[in-house]
Design a protein around this ligand. Structure first.
Ligand SMILES: Nc1ncnc2c1ncn2[C@@H]1O[C@H](COP(=O)(O)OP(=O)(O)OP(=O)(O)O)[C@@H](O)[C@H]1O
Ligand SMILES: [Mg+2]
Length: 227
């Protein structure tokens, strides 16, 4: 089923920070939402998640840092149970074993609090929580920018692998065109609260049209970085 949200807009302190924007996402889509800092990527991501959830779709969101999703006072087991509860699942109903093994965190001790897990493991745990409800769409907002490049690259590969088996669509929010190029087939480029270009990843990289796309693809040397 195609998910669509129309006329998303956001005004803060009397200023438009997202101009009316429509987004359509089909099952298995891999879309990158890219743009300079402050262009409105997170604003659009949040507005889209809220709108689609209000329509009754299952939409998961992964924030930039695991700190935003995990409370240092609670064990990982507690977080897992709470996520199941929020999805209306009975305790233990989510296929934790398969997700943990796919994301290579099966060695993590669930009795421990987040700080006993490495940052990379914490973020993969957050991704596992996001995927437990078999969402129609997962929106990841700079999911690896708090990780070192090697762990970041491995995390993205594991995520790709997890999604390969499902119909879940992905929107990857990032300002890193190199990261996007490796993991998405379409790009939406944002500038000043608007989507200024939407095309295949290859087209945006090879033949950028909007000034914001040109500025981003001018940094094509980023593609040489490990992530
Ligand atoms: N609550 C708010 N009140 C006022 N302005 C806001 C608010 N939230 C965001 N903005 C402004 O809206 C614009 C878009 O912000 P947003 O966080 O969506 O950008 P972004 O593309 O995600 O940036 P980054 O890459 O740095 O995460 C920015 O200019 C920001 O200052
Ligand atoms: Mg942002």
């Amino acid at each position: 089923m195609t998910l669509s949200a129309h006329g998303l807009s956001v005004v803060r302190a009397g200023q438009a920070i997202l101009y009316p924007t429509s987004v359509c996402v089909s099952p298995r889509d891999r879309i990158g939402l890219v743009g300079a800092s402050g262009s409105g990527k997170s604003t659009l991501g949040h507005a889209l998640v809220d709108d689609l959830r209000m329509q009754g779709h299952v939409v998961a969101y992964v924030p930039q840092s695991p700190d935003e999703a995990l409370d240092p006072l609670w064990s990982m087991a507690f977080h897992w149970r709470e996520a199941e509860k929020a999805l209306g699942l009975r305790p233990g109903a989510a296929d934790r074993k398969t997700l943990f093994s796919a994301l290579k965190i099966e060695g993590g001790d669930l009795r421990k609090r987040p700080w006993a897990w490495s940052r990379g493991m914490q973020q993969r745990f957050v991704i596992a929580m996001a995927l437990m409800g078999r969402p129609n769409l997962v929106v990841l907002d700079e999911p690896t920018s708090a990780l070192d490049p090697v762990v970041a690259a491995a995390t993205m590969q594991l995520l790709d692998h997890c999604l390969r088996e499902s119909d879940t669509a992905m929107i990857l929010i990032t300002h890193d065109l190199g990261l996007a190029a490796r993991h998405v087939s379409q790009l939406m480029v944002m500038d000043g609260g608007r989507i200024v270009e939407q095309a295949s990843t290859e087209d945006v990289l090879e033949h950028p049209k909007a000034p914001a796309s040109k500025a981003l693809s001018a940094h094509r040397n980023w593609l040489a970085l490990p992530c």
